[in-house]
Design a protein around this ligand. Structure first.
Ligand SMILES: Nc1ncnc2c1ncn2[C@@H]1O[C@H](COP(=O)(O)OP(=O)(O)OP(=O)(O)O)[C@@H](O)[C@H]1O
Length: 745
């Protein structure tokens, strides 16, 4: 519903995204009053109690700027957009609201077409406060002999979208602290551009990676504020609840203020499957959830669940469900099937086979079964991990049913080539293995996925067949399932996938078959740099054609610039695929958040390292224990650390396959468990040579270089995922020799 439709007769009052930063610093009672004010204003902006009146700004003839009464002492600054539409720019103490009117500027950015508001007085005060603070602490940096941005002309900065009124201030900045002080209250794009230039990106890179993605194509009318407020670059709230969310807590901002790039991706109409990539913390999950909202709010009325939102595991699905509910409310959320991918596959199989009694075993259990079987057979040519992966990825992944098919199968990226005789041997072992599982009445998730994919593809084929038989009127009952009288349709109208990089080919086949090919059918979100399972796919070859519909998010909302630089260093020299046979990079990946450099600490032994980790937890006593997490490479190390923390009087909570097994207390888990999570502070422990990457892969270095590279890359990604979970502080520990991933960065 649009704000206009909601408030017929009254007024619209939207809030600019930069307003809440100042408002949230006000006393609690005033924040509450802002919310009340907002309600009253929308009902009748001219009610006498509100004292709405134009302000005489320094700009000649300016009549857009208004003030209104929030409490006896506080005033709202409003921008009149036209008609009864207003924009809340700020709330200030009465004195401040009128004292520095000549320092208040607003306008439409000619590059993005978005509305920008700057209180130069606030910016200047912030710069001077921050600088004084560093002087007091004795941490001030020496001013550079030339201003930081002296190398750029005003025209160049304008071209990059920097806000005009800030140019004189920018020209004077000589320290990082001053820059951070300016960026905090500057329009979003100005901050992004300046920090990127400061971090060493070239003018062209910034233009290409930061400015162009948010530029508008059309000519911007500098006076048309109604048009400007509707552009993605103007980040505003839309309704009452939004304002409440923003005022209640900072964590709800994602529900309200999408980055222009996020917004474009969410609202675009795609002619077929679309893919969104982006580094850690760039809001891929947020975009997926908003996309679901966008899709579900356009559906006609009904009680069915035409939208699927799926992800990798149960824990992440629970998180998606909670976030979706917070964003859309129970009625719309009820129309979305939020389920993790394995459960979805199980459902399909259970429905077809009326509840299979088989027990599912984990991938680790499957490798163990392979190992046992090879030992029993005295078979030493192949190792269990290789056979498990060959079976899962090539044989199940391509739904191979016979030896002949396996002889012909493509084994792209699987390591060394296999001769016909070798394939024959493997096939026999696979047959034996599946028989062994059958006899034990167990199967793996991949087997379930493969069965589900087959079932869904058969269903899809039946739907097509029936459609082909439709008469010219198209409404024949032929569409009914033979005998049952129920209509046979695709399960979903739209499918939205998060954590796409770790889905198995069989999952993709199942998902593809669950939705009719067409506009907005599939929305796929993932980051190949975070692939931590051995599933490589080419979406095109699985019938999911994303060509021309790929977009990338590059601004991290989680990771600080310091942590981000560290994490990027971990990946140096690797290449990553784009899930479609091409290459993917993290070009443009950046942050505007500022924090401490990661703390790095080496110890002589694992025992000493654990002592240091416990000390670190103790030192972080300014945050709650549940906002700290520790991740380590192995299960044994989790157990060790849990005992150690317990002994030190902390209450560690282990993260299991379904998420944390409790809430209060430091979370501890293996690196695999941290996919998709985030914590205020993170400790990575055990980042030693031989553990990260695993020593066991060394044997492959000569024997199978391709596989060696992949396994090594997987361990690197695991460390990358772990390092990017931290919102503010990151501490990295090892014993003995540090991981080579640390030293090459
Ligand atoms: N537009 C936004 N406004 C405010 N916060 C945001 C916005 N977009 C994302 N965030 C926040 O940034 C953090 C990371 O978002 P999200 O989990 O969606 O990123 P991601 O790309 O899926 O990360 P990862 O790949 O590491 O799992 C979250 O805390 C989220 O709430």
């Amino acid at each position: 519903m649009s704000a206009h439709a909601e408030t017929r007769g009254g007024a619209t009052l939207r809030m600019l995204d930069t307003a809440d930063k100042e408002i949230l610093k006000l006393p609690r009672t005033v924040i509450g009053a802002v919310y009340e004010f907002h309600h009253k204003f929308r009902r009748n902006p001219h009610s006498p109690g509100l004292r709405l009146k134009p302000l005489k700004n320094a700009k000649a003839g300016d009549s857009r700027l208004y003030s209104a009464r929030v409490t006896a002492d506080y005033r709202a600054l409003l921008l009149h957009l036209g008609g009864n539409d207003y924009l809340l720019l700020s709330v200030k103490h009465r004195k401040e609201a009128y004292d520095h009117l000549d320092r208040i500027t607003y306008g439409i950015n000619p590059v993005t077409g978005g509305i920008e508001f700057i209180d130069l007085h606030v910016v200047e005060e912030n710069i001077s406060d921050r600088t004084q603070e560093t002087t007091r602490q004795g941490t001030e940096e020496p001013a550079r002999p030339v201003p930081l941005f002296a190398a750029y002309t005003a025209d160049q900065l304008r071209e990059l979208g920097v806000a005009e009124p800030l140019l004189p201030l920018i020209a004077k900045i000589t320290t990082e602290e001053e820059l951070l002080g300016l960026v905090e209250y500057a329009p979003r794009l100005t901050g992004e551009v300046l920090l990127a230039l400061y971090d060493g990106k070239s003018f062209d890179e910034v233009l290409d990676q930061i400015t162009r993605p948010v530029s508008v194509d059309e000519q911007v009318d500098p006076e048309d504020y109604q048009a400007a407020v509707a552009r993605p670059a103007t980040q505003v709230t839309t309704d009452d609840q939004d304002i409440q969310k923003v005022l209640e807590d900072d964590f709800s901002r994602w529900q309200v203020f999408l980055h222009p790039t996020q917004k474009k991706i969410v609202e675009r109409d795609y002619s077929g499957p679309a893919r969104v990539s982006g580094g850690p913390g760039t809001g891929k999950t947020i975009v997926a959830i908003h996309r679901v909202k966008h899709l579900v709010s356009r559906l006609g009325p009904g009680h069915d669940t035409p939208v699927l939102l799926t992800t990798f595991n149960k824990n992440l699905a629970a998180d998606l469900r909670a976030r979706l509910l917070a964003l859309v409310g129970p009625d719309l959320a009820a129309r979305v099937d939020v389920v993790h991918i394995d459960k979805l596959a199980h459902r399909v199989v259970a429905e077809a086979e009326h509840g299979s009694a088989r027990t599912v075993i984990s991938d680790n259990d499957a490798v163990r079964e392979w190992r046992d079987m090879l030992r029993e057979l005295g078979e030493t040519t192949w190792d269990a991990e290789f056979l498990a992966a060959e079976w899962s990825q090539v044989i199940l992944g391509q739904a191979i049913n016979s030896r002949t098919e396996y002889f012909r199968a493509r084994r792209a990226g699987r390591g060394r080539a296999l001769s016909r005789a070798e394939r024959n041997e493997i096939w026999q072992l696979v047959e034996r293995f599946t028989k062994r599982l059958d006899e034990k009445n167990v199967w793996t998730h991949q087997q379930v996925a493969e069965r589900a994919a087959r079932l869904e593809m058969e269903r899809d084929a039946r739907i097509r067949e029936q459609r082909d038989q439709l008469g010219p009127d198209g409404h024949e009952l032929i569409r009914r399932e033979a005998g049952s009288g129920t209509r046979l349709r695709h399960r979903y109208r739209h499918v939205v996938v998060d954590e796409a990089q770790d889905l198995h080919p069989a999952h993709w086949k199942m998902l593809r078959a669950m939705v009719a090919p067409g506009p907005n059918d599939m929305f796929i979100v993932g980051d190949p740099h975070q692939r931590i399972y051995d599933n490589y796919v080419s979406l095109g070859s699985l019938g999911i054609n994303i060509r021309g519909r790929s977009t990338k998010l590059t601004l991290s909302y989680r990771t600080t610039r310091q942590n981000l630089a560290f994490a990027l260093g971990l990946l140096s020299g690797e290449q990553y695929d784009d899930l479609d046979g091409g290459e993917e990079t993290l070009a443009g990946y950046r942050s505007v958040l500022h924090g401490m450099r990661p703390h790095l600490h080496g110890a002589a032994t694992w025992g000493e390292e654990q002592d240091a980790v416990v000390e670190q937890v103790r030192a972080w006593n300014d945050v709650s224990l549940s906002s700290i997490a520790i991740c380590v490479p192995t299960r044994e190390m989790v157990t060790d650390l849990m005992t150690r923390l317990e002994g030190a009087g902390f209450h560690p909570v282990e993260i299991g396959p379904d998420g944390p097994k409790g809430s209060d207390g430091v979370h501890v888990g293996t690196m695999h468990r941290f996919k998709g999570l985030e914590y205020q502070r993170m400790i990575l422990a055990g980042v030693s040579d031989g553990l990260v990457p695993r020593r066991s892969i060394e044997a492959l270095r000569e024997a199978d270089p391709v596989r060696y590279r992949r396994e090594r890359q997987r361990d690197r990604s695991l460390l990358f995922v772990a390092a990017t979970r931290a919102r503010d502080a990151l501490a990295v520990f090892w014993h003995g020799t540090p991981s080579p991933f640390l030293t090459t960065s």
